[in-house]
Design a protein around this ligand. Structure first.
Ligand code: ACM
Length: 685
């Protein structure tokens, strides 16, 4: 089935891009801003040579090394890439001048890549453009029967937005630096240029402070990054053209701060980073001077550690209960005519902004920080809706969009892809106001991620968000996106990301066997429950020490099998049941699903971790049996007995319900087959 659908996709990709623009860009993600196809192909073989000319810095040597490692891995060719005559190199990279030593939002990231059958020339004004162009080159390599090649073309590329970020929360579950680094490699591959590092939250404070050491000593359970480790990590990011914006979330989300320093909290304490206790939601006390003195010390230290110009202070979801309950705070509000908690947070933000600015940084905050008193220099990150992005831009603030890009909500790639920063209210902004929208960030919140499954929650879907920020606004074709995202998914594994490989490994561990073919097949037609359902249904389980080792933690956020099956069923119905090939593909798929439960039963029943999958496995088999009956009717051109279709409603509705925090994703297409039996011309028995 997969192959047929893939060829349908390729046809639509080729018609969308080759015919319209004559460009074979079917492997690129993000798509470049402009591509013109040329005749011929550039062969990559043992004679491949690489030369760097023009401006030079060590980062370019590192990029060359990484590029060649990938090329060797991809092609299996033992390369001897040094070219004596750079003008004759197979790939010549020319960089005009350096970029700023600390990467800036304003840096030029454009590049031009000219590929002919003789050679390729990559021109960039700065090393950043060269990094991006090298990634494009790697994505374009195709394998043929006689070796490897790139189709000839001219690419002229630059990002649509200068801020193209990925947030990774390392507080809820600590993510070690090797895992962080491979995710930076993934970001580089899709030209994302900001890692937003959510370094503190209630569940853990993850950075070593030398001046305020009780932050990590008492607030991290030993899971934090030393300053030396952070410096090394920042270099790794810089090498890949990625800025790192640290976030220290205050005044809410701050339990880990006040475990060691209860004197800056608004309530009496004592506090713990105790992972199962969610009754405490401490917030900092904005009415006492020592809070600001503390923050001055802390931010001063962190401003020295993190070179980026931007510094994120969080500011979201401030639960004002501790302010309401504290008589001193209430008295302060009265004497300073602060009317409510929003105004108190605004007072806090105004003082905080001065501290951040004093240490040479530009403050960033979540959209709750928007308030008439907020200084215009603050960058606002919209997460609660798109309206605040446009409202902020109208009021003179620069903004970034994260609403619609929360990867933890387990949405489909298409749903993320459809979110457009410049739509709705933003579409009506003036040109001047539009310029204030800097881009956006995909967000990986860590309630349900571990070092093991984080890659599969981020990739390849983050590539789709990266495309939204990089490519022109009219790049919206969904079949093309899926086809290219699947290519990207494969390529990202070559970088050491584990979003694919982790799946089988998890199933083997769960089942205690190597033979996981049937379990795999079951896992491939389910998806984790969406939005905050998992948090809402099992709040007691949501803490950083919960072992995330169930099927829901292993399966992909989006079922490619179910998506393809659904398309196939749609095609079959649209073709009035005459496509014999589609029918036989549907049949063989349904037969496989029908036979799964009897095969899986012994494995599921004897496994503590997998017993919970039995109802979903039974539903799948039962549904597949109904689907096969429906297909029989459709293929024979006969109508079922009166009431047959409606008598399946109970099973269909039951199969739609979440089980084991999983959704069975083939219910709708099977329901369509059942419904179609009533819509055909055939005879009634
Ligand atoms: C957020 O999701 N509270 C920023």
């Amino acid at each position: 089935m997969k192959r047929l659908i893939l060829s349908l996709f390729l046809c639509s990709v080729l018609s969308a891009f080759s015919l319209a623009q004559r460009v074979p860009t079917s492997h690129l993600m993000p798509l470049p801003s402009s591509v013109v196809a040329r005749d011929g192909r550039l062969v990559v073989n043992q004679q491949f040579t690489f030369a760097l000319t023009g401006y030079h810095e060590p980062r370019l040597d590192h990029a060359r090394q990484r590029f060649l490692n990938q090329l060797r891995l991809r092609t299996g060719i033992p390369l001897h890439p040094d070219s004596k005559d750079s003008a004759k190199a197979t790939l010549l990279v020319k960089v005009e001048h350096g970029s700023s030593p600390v990467q800036r939002l304003e840096d030029d990231e454009s590049y031009k890549l000219e590929i002919t059958s003789e050679h390729a020339v990559l021109n960039a004004s700065t090393p950043l453009g060269a990094l991006h162009g090298l990634q494009t080159f790697l994505q374009l390599i195709e394998v043929g029967p006689d070796g490897f090649f790139l189709p000839a073309m001219s690419i002229n590329d630059q990002p649509r937005f200068p801020w193209r970020g990925l947030l990774i929360d390392v507080s809820r579950h600590f993510i070690p630096l090797d895992v962080m680094k491979r995710n930076l490699d993934g970001m580089e591959a899709v030209k994302m240029n900001v890692l937003h590092w959510h370094l503190s939250d209630n569940e853990g404070f993850r950075v070593e402070s030398k001046r305020l050491p009780k932050l990590q000593e008492m607030g991290s359970e030993g899971l934090f990054y030393t300053q030396a480790e952070i410096k090394d990590f920042l270099e790794y990011a810089h090498d890949r053209g990625i800025r790192v914006v640290p976030e220290f979330d205050i005044p809410g989300h701050s339990r880990s701060w006040v475990v060691g320093y209860p004197e800056i909290a608004s309530g009496p304490g004592p506090y713990r980073v105790e992972r199962t206790d969610y009754s405490q939601d401490p917030i900092l006390d904005p009415t006492q001077e020592r809070t600001y003195k503390f923050l001055d010390t802390f931010i001063g230290e962190m401003a020295g550690l993190f070179p980026d110009a931007y510094f994120h202070i969080g500011g979201d979801e401030v639960d004002g209960k501790q302010w309401d309950a504290n008589p001193k705070i209430q008295e302060y509000m009265r004497t300073h005519t602060i009317k409510n908690n929003a105004d108190l947070q605004s007072y806090f933000n105004a003082r905080l902004q001065k501290i951040v600015e004093k240490h040479g940084k530009i403050m960033v905050g979540w959209d709750e920080v928007l308030h008439p008193e907020l200084p215009k220099s603050v960058v606002v990150q919209s997460w609660r809706g798109q309206k605040s992005l446009a409202a902020a831009a109208k009021d003179g603030y620069r903004g970034i969009l994260s609403y619609g890009y929360y990867l933890d909500l387990m949405w489909t790639a298409a749903r993320h892809y459809a979110i457009e920063p410049m739509s709705d209210d933003a579409a009506n902004l003036t040109e001047e106001e539009k310029k204030r929208i800097l881009g956006g960030e995909a967000c990986m919140w860590a309630e349900f991620i571990t070092p093991e499954n984080i890659d599969s929650r981020i990739w390849p879907r983050a590539g789709v968000v990266a495309e939204r920020f990089w490519s022109p606004q009219n790049v919206t074709d969904v079949p093309s996106m899926y086809s290219r995202m699947n290519d990207l998914g494969r390529q990202l594994e070559y970088l050491g990301l584990t979003h694919v490989s982790n799946y089988s490994a998890s199933l083997k561990r769960m089942s205690g066997t190597d033979d996981v073919a049937e379990l795999r097949a079951l896992g491939e037609v389910v998806e984790p429950v969406k939005d905050y359902t998992r948090m809402d249904t099992a709040p007691a389980l949501v803490n950083a020490s919960t072992p995330l080792n169930r099927m829901v933690d292993a399966v992909e956020p989006e079922s490619e099998e179910a998506r393809e099956f659904s398309l196939l069923v749609d095609e079959y119905i649209k073709g009035r049941f005459s496509d014999f090939r589609a029918a036989s593909q549907i049949r063989s798929q349904l037969e496989q699903w029908k036979s799964l439960d009897p095969q899986l039963e012994p494995t599921l029943e004897k496994s503590y971790l997998m017993k919970e999958l039995r109802p979903i496995s039974q539903n799948l088999s039962a549904l597949a049996a109904v689907g096969l009956q429906a297909l029989d009717y459709l293929q024979n051109g006969s109508r079922p007995a009166q009431g047959w279709a409606s008598s399946q409603a109970g099973l269909i509705n039951n199969s739609r319900k979440a089980n084991a925090d999983l959704m069975l994703m083939v219910v709708s297409p099977i329901e369509k087959l059942v419904a179609a039996t009533g819509n055909q011309q055939g005879s009634t028995p």
